[in-house]
Every structure is written in structure tokens, then in C-alpha cells.
Ligand binder design. Sequence first.
Ligand SMILES: [Zn+2]
Length: 252
Amino acid sequence: MSLSPRINPYAVFHGPHRRKAASAAAASAVLLGVILAAVPGSASAQTVRPTTPGSSAFTAEHGVQPSTGVVQLTEPTAYLPPVGAGSSQDAVAVALNLTPGSPPAPPAAPAPAPVAPHWSAPVPGAPITNPFGVPNPEYAAGYHTGVDFAVDQGTPVLAVGDATTVSAGYAGSYGNQIVLKLADGRYAQYAHLSRLDVSTGQQVTAGQQVGASGSTGNSTGPHLHFEIRTSNSYGDVIDPIGYLAGHGVRDF
Ligand SMILES: [Zn+2]
């Protein structure tokens, strides 16, 4: 007969919990005999130790489900035998309200590391008031070379992607302007800003604030004029909304 250090997960009950110590010890002694008699030949797998009043211990080979009527109580339990389980409190009562233990769940796979967003709208959620490409004689190119977003003065303006700051300063009709070179070689241009928060050569990440909107330069009111360029030259522009949408940006 060997005692396993592990406690079998199947719990059953015996004896009254409030029985006097001497009586409980006697009941346990009786119980030991009952169990060993009830499970002939299985004593090596289901071992009962003498109990102390108010508690008892039962051990079995780990993972082996004991026969009904065996005891596993290592400390006072909150569970009580089912009503009507038997009039004799000395009898072993199987805990009908407990279900056999389930095998332990395999360890969960490590959660994937959160992926930082690589693209952002320049002013998330702002409505477009003047789209790209609209014919406009006021522009040397003959059309609107960027997209205008309606934003209040001082609205944070964000880097649309991981980028290097090419320039940040005053640029004539564009007012305070920032040009970023994106990781894919395109350029993002922000115009009419009220504030510049980056300087030439500074690395920025997608979603990082680079400045604040305004109405500097040739502008009739606060808004953000935003361009995507294929080179750092005026007029080498593509549709900025299509470009950002192609990178999964939707919030405009
Ligand atoms: Zn514009």
C-alpha cells in the first residue's frame, strides 16, 4: 500500500461534520474498514488513512477515479451530503452535486503581441470639404492638389505613417507646412498649420502628432490641406484618400 502525495479530485463525504471528536474518530475507523471491504483488490489504488475529527484524507493514484463510497476530505468542506442521501451519518455519501474533475486545460498559446498601427488618418474623423483633383485655376497645377479636411483651429495633425521629417517651416501660400517622407518613399504634406511640433530630420511614427491645424498662408479659414506626393516636388501628387484607404485607413 502506498500513499500518493496527490489528492484525488473526486470528492465524496462521510460522517457528520459536527460530530464529537471521539465519535468521529470511531466512525472513521469504521469507515476505513468499510472502504477496504468495499473495494477488494483495489487498496493499492485507493488508500484511506485514519482521519482526524472533522476531516479525513483519501488518496488514490493520480487520475484514477475512485469507486463510489470512498472518502476524500482533507479539510472541513462547504459541501454537504445531498438531502435524503441516507439516514446514517456514519455512512459514506457520494457528493452527487459534484462532477468529476476535468483534465487540466492545455496551456493557452501566448497572445500575439499587439501590433502598432502603421497608418493613420491625418485628422481622424474629420469631414472632407474639398476633395483631391477638383479643377481649380487658383492652383498652378490647375486642380486641387490635395484634400481639405474641415477641422477647428489647433486640431492635432497626425503622421499618417512611420516617416522622417523632410521639412517643417513656412512655405508661402501653404503657410506653415510639414513634409514627411514615408517608409515607402512617398511624401505627406500638411499645410496651413498653426503649430509645428517636429523639425527637419525627426523620425515620427504613425499616429504621432506632428503639428496643429490652422489657417496660415493662402487660406480662408481653419482647415488642413493634405497631399501625398510621389516626389518632394509640387504637382507630383496622387489621390491621398485612395492612398490612405489602400493602407487600411477608413476614418475620414
Ligand atoms: Zn486644399
